[in-house]
Design a binder for this molecule. Structure first.
Ligand code: FE2
Length: 205
């Protein structure tokens, strides 16, 4: 059975940029519901004991298994999203900044690209920084529960742009939420650890 990942910080940790009330609904209600629904859908099948990432890869693009993919994807995406943030985040180390400069032109240029993509994502979805197959960092978005993982891209950072992620605090102002995320909340140490492992593996290959 899949379990709701506990938040890696207190519900108040990301205030004033994300309120405790948003965290209570987003983690305690929305994320929990995806976990519960996934467990109901896979109960009694081999998928109940399959690692979450494998469930996502095995059900991607299969119409009959779309509900499992959607809920498994949302469980994973939210686990990843919580890990991408911390109190007083917002500034990458030198090594990560060099990657951003090489592939985007600089930290600010990366932020501009990420914000534009996040705002342009129609409806519900996710904005991502990924390491692509060609070894370059890219900004991309996915709709609903979709994941870059199923396109052989390595997720390094994500921002949830479903309305439930920001509506209580920002109403319709998605761009303000994304700016607050980039300027104050990004856990760049988490990004660096993903990039360190995956970047080294890509350079070797
Ligand atoms: Fe969400």
């Amino acid at each position: 059975m899949f379990e709701l990942m506990p938040l890696p910080y207190a519900e108040t940790a990301l205030e004033p940029y994300i309120s405790a009330k948003t965290m209570q609904f987003h983690h305690g209600k929305h994320h929990r519901k995806y976990v519960d629904t996934l467990n109901e859908l896979v109960e009694g099948t081999t998928m109940a004991t399959t690692p979450l990432e494998e469930v996502i890869k095995n059900t991607a693009g299969r119409d009959a298994q779309q509900p499992i993919f959607n809920n498994a994807g949302q469980v994973w995406n939210h686990n990843f999203f919580w890990s991408c943030m911390k109190r007083d985040g917002g500034r990458p180390n030198k090594a990560v900044e060099q990657w951003l400069t090489q592939d985007f032109g600089g930290l600010q240029e990366f932020k501009n690209a990420f914000t534009s993509a996040a705002v342009a994502r129609f409806g519900s979805g996710w904005a991502w920084l990924v390491l692509d197959e060609d070894g370059k960092l890219k900004v991309t978005t996915t709709s609903n529960a979709d994941s870059p993982m199923v396109r052989a891209q390595v997720p390094l950072l994500t921002c949830d742009v479903w309305e439930h992620a920001y509506y209580l605090d920002y109403q319709n102002r998605r761009a303000d939420f994304v700016s607050a995320f980039l300027d104050h909340l990004v856990n760049w140490d988490f990004v660096a650890s993903g990039l360190g492992v995956e970047g080294a593996a890509r350079e070797k290959a």
